[in-house]
Design a protein around this ligand. Sequence first.
Ligand code: GAP
Length: 548
Amino acid sequence: MPKSMDEIVSLCKRRGFIFQDSDIYGGQNGFWDYGPLGMLLKRNVRNVWYEDMVDFHNELTTPAGAPEPYQMVGVETALIMHPQVWKCSGHYDLFHDMMVDCRESKKRYRHDHIKGRWVTGTHKKKEDAGEETVFVTAVDAEDVQAALDENALRYFGLKKKYLDTLSWEGDVISLPDLPADKLGEVVGPEATEKGTLTEPREFNLMFKTTLGALGGEDDAAFLRPETAQGIFVNFKNIVDTSRVKLPFGVAQVGKSFRNEITPRNFTFRSREFEQMEIEFFCAPEESSKWYTYWRDTRYQWYQDLGISQENLILRDHHAEELAHYSVGTADIEYAFPFLEPGEYGELEGIAHRGDFDLRSHMEGKLKKEGDELVVELNEHNQPKHRGSGKDLSYFDDESRERFVPHVIEPSAGADRGTLAFICEAYHEDEQPDDKGNMQTRTVMKFHPRLAPIKAAVFPLVKKEGQPEKAQEIYGALKAAGLSCQYDQAGAIGRRYRRQDEIGTPFCLTVDHDTANDNCVTLRDRDSLEQERIPVDKVVEEVVARLKG
Ligand code: GAP
């Protein structure tokens, strides 16, 4: 059975994973809050990423598939950077979506999100106007034709029973594919008149803010739209202070902000989100090998954490999709339940960025001319946006050469990753309840490393010293740094269900035998197997099993 996004969203709210931001004020589109469990889950996603990419990485050995050993370090850089950073990175001039406004409904839409089709009909109230053909549109509709039917009926002032008086022509197309001179015949997605949509215009996605009290245009700054630039501008600092030698990677986890025109699909496209990015610096001639290594390593990472291969694809970009500086980019994409079967949404991009970023921050904003990257000039033949003028090249002791390193960038979204892990974990099965009746069980099969709560401890009954023993075990698990829950309320079957629904991998129950054998029952969430383990081995056993 396909998973239902509605059920998943409802579980996220019911069990305290994710809430709409500022819910009591009616919510804020594009912003989300993580509740007690969601915060733990997302923290685990970030920590597991950092452990696997940096902490557990051994620079003295060659990892499987890597051309040679390499170093990894981390940074944490400012959310608001010097405005010149965004001019040289290209975000100031190029980081925009095309959008259109509707003069009638006062709504703003992303141009490429509007879909439409030509339709001919007769107005109910303007019969003397005869037949008219217009381009009716809809936006963000799951069933596009159904939305177009509804909008066409509204435009012609017809009731649903007159649907078959409408005659549709051609296929559904995106608004950007419609010739510009037809804009006057377009009926906006929420309009009742035609010709109310404006020409598409650029809308920069960076959030603007003002520094200091005076607040003039010179004090304008931007919230970072990616964490990557914080790494590039610190390249020289890192090389000068950290004894790193090429090849090496710099990792950063942190918030990014984009003023998305149409945030949607739960946390998938938000205005505030978290990224987990690596900028991997290497010699230009080695960069293709490193690109392949990082692409495959990152694809495997999601699978190692439980994402099934049938829901995950690695999609190489076509040449025409590549950014102007890139010689290769691949996306890791997940079959989110809000998408149509066969469609995938991006979790992470792995991009070969060449020397574009370091050179831009050195020389000024670059553009491609033929096969060359050259500094972009303004109408006065001056650099359009000047670089820092600092030398960001690297001197290789072995080859005795100086060059600007090339960069491979695996760039992942922590919120999208968290959402994919939630969707993948969601399962329903049939299990007997305390009375032996079959009941639907909702179980979140998180990988143990990601599970927000690692273990739950229960006394079977609230007497015979069982609560005291269970609290002792709970205390030992907490002292070991594990997030756990203690629960003595309700029938044991219901307590198991509560933990299954939040994805707790192990439940430990103190029962009538514990006083005699000093053992507890450990129940596994997925296999439902129960085993007796000695009380003094509980922490050791749980820690070992959590490693997965
Ligand atoms: N430095 C490269 C970069 O930022 P990107 O493809 O724009 O590349 C990288 O973003 C990742 O950040 C995406 O794969 C996605 O996981 C996440 N991301 C981007 N925009 C997002 C948004 N509006 N909401 C949630 N996650 C987003």
